[in-house]
Design a protein around this ligand. Structure first.
Ligand code: DGJ
Length: 728
């Protein structure tokens, strides 16, 4: 049994393969966070000590115990306004205007069989998945918090979420409802977060948690954002890729989010994560509930690579749709950087023909095929084919592309509407705009009010019509601006604070309906590159375009940053033309291939414009990718270049450790350099491995401790791929 409960029903120990999460309802019913760390059978609550620290008040039930304070005890889901002056988990406003929430434990339930949270994506699980629900009550407001914990043992993951129920007789307005909170009273003084900007997403940065201070990682853009991913890692200062304690918190949500990390007066670390409270107000009538998105927690005592592998396994096995799990995906060529808006059917067919001749397997027609669109100024929302531009119908085009032996994919940007579009002219009230104010315009477009059912229905019908008519195997689902003017014409004044979350629920509903109606159409998520790279979108889209920066050298950083939380098989990565369109840099064709092969692998160029040598290289790259596809997409992934400035290195190891693929890209070649060696990971130390390129035979122990030798690199951005197989 992985959930242990003491005989009094007050100490809860949740065990995964290597970790233990412990919670305790104390004698006055305050729910304490006791432990999240290596697995142990012990009652770790002996570590919770109390003393009168001054200016830390006492709950009424414990008024004579000056040492007992909500302000110093480690909380599992903090209240607000009642003496814990650290970050709150929940905030609300009662009918009488009172703002306090004071939780007390009221019971628990062991759960079996995980179901999808209503309206939201959720880690899947099955009928055997075990969980625990703990119920907290605030007697005065009538609020109850149902904290749920689901155990994914093999991945060392615990999934938390909360349902807040109004059990009282009067309406309450929630102004904050976090998905999780925990006080970690035992070290982990640093936090790693993933910041960025358009075309430069998910840069890892490790920062100290300031004593007595608070760090906030957040998006208020109505979307996950390029600027801050909803994933953080708490770690000890000495934690490395290979060793040390670290704990991850990932929010499964694609809208506004906030991850708060603070250190209190005695250094205890509080983490609170959930929907961003700014602008959030959710009215709960008596009997109604609000469900938060899920937070995915994982702990590793063996360093960052092991923590990443926990997330990789979970997302591959329990998040992306089962239909695409472990599936071999076609090597695609995308029309965007090949033609931008400048194409017709004839040009696309030429592209398809030259792509097919080189072994590519799908043509994706990007932006510009609908309405009257020849640039980005118009037609979003008018999802009918521009036959005048193409010179034929989409159905005919898709048939011709299939006749060339390629599958066909198509671009949409469903949640947007152009100012210059038939849809906006017919339904201006379907866009999010503030009354009496000119809207913020970005890329000439506004954002649709996805919370409205008629908007969802319109998009479902118009996208379905296209998918039914033409032969389409893939959809690229784009999202090209931040959300502002968050005002819904369909909601009353006192419900406007619900608009942003209703927007996300509407998007998820549309994705749900389309994936149900077209289960064989694979959706790739996208948001101006990787602006919506999160576990919520991955629930519907097995892969997401990682970045609009296709420069292979830049991609080394972007893909590596993404790999801390997300598996390789989810990262859209293509070989593009040089000089690169974003940086003007020229990187060898071979290196571009090696980098794109640490992702879904495809092309973003016009194959007809390649030199004969490059064409030959494409054929080889596709053959190499297919040869190692399972290893790359399903194998264990390790980052190898910790602390290195001159190269980026990573490797994949098959689950049985029988095979490995090591990739290295030199980013700085030096004259008369020392002999380079990279220490490998994940191999069986007892086995001997054959190195394919040199014929060398070395044990896993030697390769892990002494490293593998690299060639003396020459030129700009050279790379090497080394395949190893067990030979004894
Ligand atoms: C942003 C995407 O990331 C690009 O790949 C491309 O699809 C453009 N949008 C099209 O507008």
């Amino acid at each position: 049994m992985s959930i242990r409960i003491d005989e009094k029903g007050r100490l809860f120990s949740l065990e995964t393969a290597h970790t233990m999460y412990q919670i305790k309802a104390d004698e006055i019913g305050v729910l304490l966070h006791v432990w999240y760390g290596p697995r142990t059978d012990a009652d770790m609550s002996y570590r919770i000590r109390t003393m009168n620290r001054g200016f830390c008040g006492n709950p009424y039930e414990a008024q004579d115990r000056l040492d007992y304070s909500l302000d110093t005890l480690p909380q599992e889901y903090s209240g607000s306004g009642v003496g814990d002056f650290r970050s709150s988990s929940v905030e609300g406003e009662g009918a009488d205007g009172s703002l306090s929430v004071d939780w007390r434990y009221s019971g628990y339930r062991v759960l079996k069989g995980k179901e999808k949270p209503e309206g939201l994506p959720g880690v899947r699980g099955n009928a055997e998945t075990e969980g625990l629900e703990i119920v907290l009550e605030d007697k005065v407001s009538g609020l109850a918090a149902h904290l749920s914990y689901w155990l994914f043992e093999a991945c060392d993951v615990i999934v938390r979420s909360v349902r807040i129920e109004n059990r009282g007789g009067k309406a309450v307005t929630l102004t904050k409802a976090a998905s999780m909170c925990a006080d970690l009273p035992y070290g982990r003084k640093q936090v790693m977060h993933f910041h960025g900007r358009w075309a430069a997403e998910r840069n890892p940065e490790r920062v100290e948690i300031p004593s007595g201070g608070r760090l906030a990682f957040e998006s208020r853009r109505g979307m996950t954002s390029h600027q801050s991913n909803p994933f953080i890692i708490l770690c000890d200062p000495e934690t490395t890729e290979r060793q040390g304690d670290c704990a991850g918190v990932m929010l499964m949500y694609s809208g506004n989010h906030l991850e708060e990390v603070s250190a209190d007066q005695v250094g205890s670390i509080r983490v609170v994560c959930g929907i961003h409270p700014e602008g959030f107000r959710w009215k709960l009538a008596p009997g109604e509930s609000f469900r938060t998105p899920e937070a995915i927690l994982s702990f590793s005592a063996e360093g960052l690579n092991a923590l990443s592998r926990n997330y990789h396994r979970l997302i591959r096995d329990e998040v992306i749709p089962a239909r695409w799990r472990g599936m071999k995906k076609p090597v695609l060529v995308n029309s965007w950087e090949a033609c931008y808006f400048d194409f017709n059917a004839e040009k696309l067919l030429k592209l398809a023909r030259s792509a097919a001749a080189l072994g590519m397997e799908m043509l994706v027609l990007d932006d510009g095929w609908f309405g009257k669109r020849n640039d980005d100024t118009n037609s979003l929302g008018d999802w009918t084919c521009n036959e005048q531009k193409l010179g034929c119908s989409l159905k005919e085009l898709s048939e011709k592309i299939h006749a060339e032996g390629l599958k066909f994919g198509l671009w949409f940007e469903p949640e947007m509407v152009s100012l210059d579009s038939d849809l906006y002219r017919a339904h201006p009230d379907w866009a999010l705009t503030d009354p009496g104010r000119d809207p913020m315009v970005a890329r000439h477009q506004l954002v649709l009010d996805m919370g409205r059912e008629e908007v969802q229905d319109y998009l479902f019908d118009s996208i379905s019509a296209v998918l039914k008519d033409a032969q389409i195997e893939y959809v690229k689902w784009d999202f090209n601006r931040s959300v502002a003017n968050v005002y819904s014409r369909a909601l009353p004044a006192d419900r406007q604070g619900e608009t942003a979350h209703r927007f996300m629920l509407g998007t998820y509903r549309l994705l749900e309906r389309l994936t149900e109606a077209f289960p064989d159409v694979m959706i790739e998520g996208c948001s101006g590159g990787g602006g919506r790279f999160d576990a919520g979108m991955l629930y519907y889209c097995p892969q997401i375009w990682c970045s609009d920066d296709t420069d292979a050298v830049e991609r080394l950083e972007i893909q590596k940053g993404t790999s801390y939380g997300y598996p390789i098989c989810t990262m859209g990565a293509h070989v593009s033309a040089c000089p690169n369109h974003q940086t003007g840099r020229t990187v060898p064709f071979a290196t571009r291939g090696v980098v794109a092969q640490a992702g879904t692998f495809g092309y973003e160029l016009d194959p007809a414009k390649l030199t004969e040598d490059e064409k030959k290289a494409v054929k080889e790259q596709i053959a190499v990718f297919h040869r190692y596809e399972d290893l790359i997409e399903q194998g264990d992934y390790y980052r190898l270049d910790e602390g290195e400035k001159d190269y980026t290195a990573w490797m994949f190891v098959s689950p049985d450790k029988g095979e490995a693929l090591v990739s290295v890209v030199a980013t700085h070649v030096r004259a008369n350099a020392p002999f380079p060696f990279v220490r490998l990971q994940g191999l069986d130390p007892e086995k001997t491995y054959l190195r394919e390129d040199t014929g060398e035979r070395l044990t896993g122990a030697a390769l892990t401790q002494g490293g593998i030798s690299l060639p003396q690199f020459l030129g700009d951005y050279p790379s090497v791929q080394i395949h190893l197989t067990v030979c004894g």
